[in-house]
Write a new protein. Structure first.
Length: 154
């Protein structure tokens, strides 16, 4: 057995954001771990047990791709309805960053409740998503990705 640190970094670390998820075996000495942590300075560094690293890969490593894929439709909706690409992108990114910030201090259900007036435009859109099982499709895409990780390890 050799000292081993496994890690998954996501793309936003190139901008000093995002996260690095890592695990290590018991052979890794404190001084070597400190070297690793110093090299990884900048983004959020999260330790996970080995058995959680694969699922962390989906939630951290793949997430920028999933978010970007879904984001294309929101941005395109803006441009299809009269906004310039820059305007649509600016509105979308500022809303995404604001939502991410709120998620640190508010529950997801609280945010949904606060933005969704009964019978309002957000409530109508969310009802459509729920009626068309969008959550199940998102869950399935995550499960497919997770199964791919397992196959790659075999």
């Amino acid at each position: 057995n050799l000292p081993t640190i496994r890690m998954m970094a996501n793309l936003p670390i190139q901008d000093g954001k995002g996260s690095i998820v890592y695990t290590k075996n018991d052979i890794v000495k404190k001084d070597k771990l400190e070297i690793f942590l110093n090299i990884c300075k900048g983004p959020e560094i999260i330790y996970m047990d080995e058995n959680k690293l694969d699922i962390s890969t989906i939630l951290a490593g793949s997430m920028p791709g999933f978010i970007s894929h879904l984001s294309k439709e929101y941005i395109k909706f803006g441009t299809d309805n009269g906004l310039s690409k820059e305007e649509s992108l600016q509105l979308y990114i500022s809303s995404l960053e604001g939502s991410a910030s709120m998620m640190k201090t508010h529950s997801l259900n609280d945010i949904i409740h606060r933005v969704s007036s009964p019978g309002g435009v957000t409530a109508e859109g969310i009802k459509y998503l729920e009626d068309n099982n969008i959550n199940e499709k998102i869950k399935k895409s995550l499960e497919i990705s997770f199964q791919k990780i397992k196959r790659l390890k075999d």
